[in-house]
Design a binder for this molecule. Structure first.
Ligand SMILES: [Zn+2]
Length: 515
């Protein structure tokens, strides 16, 4: 989830052990079922065990796509298999999305600079390239621009026709906002140079990692428009001591530059939603579905000093292991829910809800028969930026559908207050994977413990910082909620009166009308 929080004071509510799971079949202790009086097979140790692997450095922050993400997918499938879930996709748990990755091409790159009869070649290992079409320049005169005090378009000479501009640029900072501003300054500089007739631009960067264009995931069913860098002016960044020296000394002399920049390269990538099923026990209701989900990706690794791995333990390793634990707990119930429970871990949430949108476009089970989705996000950390959140869970779109009340009812049995956050329940509704399914009409919500927390999208989001005792109570609450949703004869409905729910209600009516 992406966040901006208020500073509302929160209270802690105690929990009476005797109230735990009262009246729930999840709470009934059965011999050999591994249940305690405190609930079903939701154990702190189990949650900790799963998360310490999924958020380990080995998985390198589970970027989409990455080997770390593939390892996580395989682990999820193994846990679904262990829980005895049905594998609904041709006998497997993977819903495959064959996408493409567009990245700056490096094959065939060359750059040479000639000054006073002496030629220097710069190797591709010193170079950061952007995305765009192939471009080349033969023996163009260089325009060396002094930007040592900072990139400033006022430093550009009036006449740059057919010249290659060479300018110094500071390394791009790691901080997201500063990074964005630095990149924008470079692009403005490039646009101004192009306007004056330049045919190429070389940024001399004295230290750090050369700025590179980022890879772009492409869904073949909805390809984005091509995105050339710098308004189309061919450009590159060089970090090379030899070029620094040349930049400092060559200004007085005539230099000529030749380069060949490869076009953006495209490679196939295989992305996976992981889907497992607990078949319902009722002959009729088993043909309707309750989904519980989380995203198993995070933001991967970033270049910079210190810890470079963004482990994403709370976001959303916590939701992911919640789904694993729910699969295990619900599949061991003496009486299965009447409706079928669908467990899903989505790829690509951090890149724009990609996996859940893919599911919405390629539903494994009919959307019209999917009665609700409970999505789990950030359910491990209780040290919210708004103060401690013990025995509390916020729900997005709380009053948009009946699911809010149902989860609150579940929380009464487990001692967890499922609440409507005065600001964030609305503000976060479209920021996680519930949004993809709400769009098509399914009452879909995201449950979290902390909307905002100190290590959000930082390398310090580590598994050791999770409150596992509280997380176990939250997961038990969800288990109870799924049980209610799974056994309830009526499907939960969108609110007819809340204007914020009206577009989802309209989508739901359309979905129902189509059957
Ligand atoms: Zn998230």
């Amino acid at each position: 989830m992406r966040t901006r929080g208020d500073s509302r004071r929160v209270f802690l509510c105690g929990v009476a052990a005797a109230a735990l799971l009262a009246g729930s079949s999840l709470g009934s202790a059965t011999a050999g079922g591994g249940r305690s009086a405190a609930g079903p097979d939701v154990s702190e140790d189990s949650l900790r065990g799963h998360l310490s692997f999924l958020a380990s450095d080995l998985l390198e922050g589970r970027d989409t796509p990455s080997r770390g993400l593939d390892l996580a997918a395989e682990y999820l499938a193994a846990q679904f298999r262990r829980a005895g879930l049905e594998a609904p996709i041709e006998g497997g748990y993977f819903q495959i999305a064959n996408w493409k990755m567009q990245e700056p091409g490096r094959e065939g790159f060359s750059l040479s600079i000639t000054t006073g009869g002496k030629s220097t070649r710069v190797g591709v290992e010193h170079v950061g390239l952007g995305s765009g079409p192939a471009a080349s320049v033969e023996n163009a005169p260089a325009a060396i621009v002094n930007t040592r005090q900072g990139l400033d378009v006022a430093q550009l000479p009036e006449e740059l026709k057919d010249r290659v501009v060479v300018a110094e640029a500071a390394p791009v900072p790691a901080d997201r906002t500063e990074r964005f501003q630095a990149i924008r300054r470079r692009q403005e500089f490039a646009a101004a140079a192009q306007k004056k007739g330049a045919v190429g631009l070389i940024f001399v960067q004295r230290s750090g990692v050369p700025l590179r264009g980022v890879g772009r995931l492409v869904n073949p069913e909805s390809p984005p428009p091509p995105a050339p860098t710098g308004g189309g002016l061919p450009q590159l960044t060089v970090v090379d001591p030899e070029l620094n020296a040349w930049y400092d000394e060559a200004a007085a002399q005539e230099s000529r530059i030749s380069f060949s920049l490869p076009a953006t390269a495209e490679r196939p990538v295989v992305l996976k939603n992981v889907v497992g099923v607990l078949r319902g026990s009722d002959p009729v209701l088993k043909n309707s579905y309750v989904m519980v989900s989380a995203h198993y990706d995070h933001v991967g690794m970033r270049e910079g000093a210190g810890d470079q791995i963004y482990n994403g333990a709370n976001d959303d390793g916590s939701g992911t292991v919640g789904v694993i634990e729910l699969a295990s707990a619900l599949s061991r119930l003496p009486a299965r829910p009447k409706r079928t429970i669908v467990f899903v871990a989505f790829f690509g949430e951090e890149k724009g809800l990609l996996g859940s949108r893919w599911y919405g476009a390629h539903p494994v089970f009919p959307l019209k028969d999917t009665v609700a989705q409970v999505n789990l996000e950030q359910i491990g950390r209780t040290d919210s930026s708004e103060g401690p959140q013990v025995n509390r869970a916020g729900l997005t779109g709380y009053d948009y559908s009946e699911v809010g009340k149902i989860l609150s009812e579940a929380g009464q049995a487990t001692g967890v207050t499922v609440y409507h956050h005065p600001m964030n329940s609305d503000a976060f509704f479209n920021r996680s994977d519930n949004a993809s399914l709400a769009e098509v009409g399914i009452p879909a919500h995201t449950l979290c413990t902390a909307f905002v927390y100190p290590d959000y999208h930082q390398p310090g989001d580590h598994w050791e910082k999770i409150d596992y005792a509280n997380m176990a109570r939250v997961v038990r609450t969800v288990a109870r909620g799924l049980e209610i949703l799974g056994n309830r004869p009526e499907a939960p409905a969108w609110s007819e009166t809340n204007p914020r729910a009206s577009r989802y209600l309209a989508a739901w009516k359309k979905l129902r009308a189509a059957q």
